[in-house]
Design a protein around this ligand. Structure first.
Ligand SMILES: C[S@@+](CC[C@H](N)C(=O)[O-])C[C@H]1O[C@@H](n2cnc3c(N)ncnc32)[C@H](O)[C@@H]1O
Length: 172
């Protein structure tokens, strides 16, 4: 499979702050099990959802958990911030798995490639738009997120949000 042969991209190494995780939490049913497939134990997706009482299964390519090769664990949701260089392939696999999911992705160009145009046209999805841009950590040890992409991030969801577009505020 082509995807499995794509080398890990340096541009994929940025990490999500807690304030960007909070808005998706209220759409997750209490007692759920969540798979975070692009996350080590240091990920704030893992920490925030665990602190909120959810059961988390996390996996990451560095620990032998290649998302494209893994059989999905039994879970109610798949939630993360995926490697942006593979966002089309990630979303394609998620739609095929048909487990409710939320993926935080950059909005720029999201609907512009023919492949993604067809994928979004042919699948059921919802979008969460945030009032401010998300800044990301370069390193989990950093005190503050210092990477400021010049575009907004949105959650692309499947069978998670009550409407096709939902607006949420973040508190940086
Ligand atoms: C944008 S980062 C986000 C990390 C984490 N989800 C967060 O928000 O803090 C995406 C991560 O996915 C990892 N990754 C890349 N390809 C992967 C794959 N095929 N399977 C699992 N993880 C992968 C990258 O190494 C990177 O650490």
């Amino acid at each position: 499979m082509i995807v499995a042969e794509i080398a890990k991209s340096k541009n994929d190494e940025f990490y999500t702050p807690s304030y960007a995780i909070e808005p998706i939490m209220k759409y997750v049913k209490p007692g759920s099990t969540i798979w975070c497939p692009f996350d080590t134990k240091d990920s704030l997706f893992v920490k925030e959802f665990e602190n909120a009482g959810f059961t988390i299964i996390h996996s990451h390519i560095d620990n032998g958990g290649d998302f494209f090769k893994m059989t999905p664990p039994k879970c109610d949701y798949i939630i993360s911030n995926p490697p942006y260089s593979l966002k089309t392939e990630v979303l394609q696999r998620l739609f095929k798995l048909d487990i409710p999911f939320a993926m935080l992705v950059g909005v720029v160009g999201l609907f512009e490639s023919q492949k993604r145009f067809e994928m979004f046209r042919d699948n059921t999805f919802e979008c969460m738009y945030l009032n401010r841009r998300v800044s990301y950590f370069k390193n989990y040890d950093d005190q503050k997120p210092s990477l400021n992409p010049p575009f907004s991030s949105v959650y692309i969801c499947h069978r998670m949000l009550p409407r096709q577009i939902v607006f949420e505020e973040i508190h940086k």
